[in-house]
Design a protein around this ligand. Structure first.
Ligand SMILES: [Zn+2]
Length: 240
């Protein structure tokens, strides 16, 4: 269970693979194949997969460890599959975004500096389109205004196996009424986070990712996550 994993250090191979994965995804809008990782890093299959497993334990990527090719499913802020948010750079489709929360940090990736990022999503309950324009980690516009990030999984169940369920539970809703409708549709309870609070939530990761080659492995501490939201003024009573 990768919660409260004791502190560890990434190997040099893991850091090298991580840097390549993010560079490649920014440039091509998709994750690399094992061949492409090999061509860049000169690591063999066994070492690439070992690096992926380390990076998954350090909460940087999601891979399916039970596949022979260790399928690379996510490297937030990116997703390999059609997720709840699409990113457009200068009006051209770039990639699927890891989740509604990661979308807020997308424009902070160094290769996207000074570029206008348009994030296309929808209200989770009714599919009303939601469009966010972001530049240099600053939200330029939100349509319709007042959209919330809704998180419908308790941090005590984030990362039980990997990040997938956590990301899946982070969606946009138009308002509290739409949040309640979505909760009924999915038999969940959730919290409402405004986009300023969402930025605070993702900024520690966003300031390290691609900026610090030696970025340390993440740890998931559910109590600390909930305390952090409370300190931002978010009502976390749905999780108590
Ligand atoms: Zn709705």
């Amino acid at each position: 269970m990768p919660q409260n994993v004791p502190e560890f250090e990434f190997s040099d191979n893991a850091k090298k693979v991580r840097a390549f994965v993010f560079d490649f995804w920014c440039e091509h809008g998709r994750g690399p194949t094992l061949l492409e990782v090999h061509q860049s890093t000169e690591l063999d299959r066994r070492r690439i997969i070992a690096a992926y497993k380390e990076l998954q334990l350090g909460i940087d990527i999601v891979v399916n460890e039970d596949t022979q090719n260790c399928n690379l499913l996510k490297a937030p802020p990116f997703s390999s599959f059609p997720s709840q948010v699409r990113a457009y750079i200068d009006d051209k489709f770039h990639s699927f975004v890891g989740c509604a929360s990661e979308a807020v940090a997308f424009s902070h990736m160094p290769p996207f500096k000074d570029k206008t990022v348009r994030l296309e999503s929808h209200c989770a309950c009714c599919f009303t389109p939601v469009t966010l324009i972001s530049k240099n980690f600053e939200m330029q516009s939100v349509t319709p205004p007042g959209v919330f990030l809704h998180i419908s999984l308790s941090p005590y169940d984030w990362n039980n196996v990997d990040m997938s369920r956590m990301c899946d539970s982070m969606n946009y809703v138009l308002d509290a009424e739409h949040a309640e409708h979505y909760e009924k549709q999915t038999a969940t309870r959730g919290i409402l986070v405004n986009l300023d609070q969402a930025k605070m939530f993702v900024q520690n990761v966003a300031n390290e990712r691609m900026y610090n080659f030696h970025w340390k492995p993440g740890t998931l501490n559910p109590r600390a996550v909930i305390k952090g939201f409370k300190m931002m003024g978010v009502d976390t009573s749905a999780w108590e």
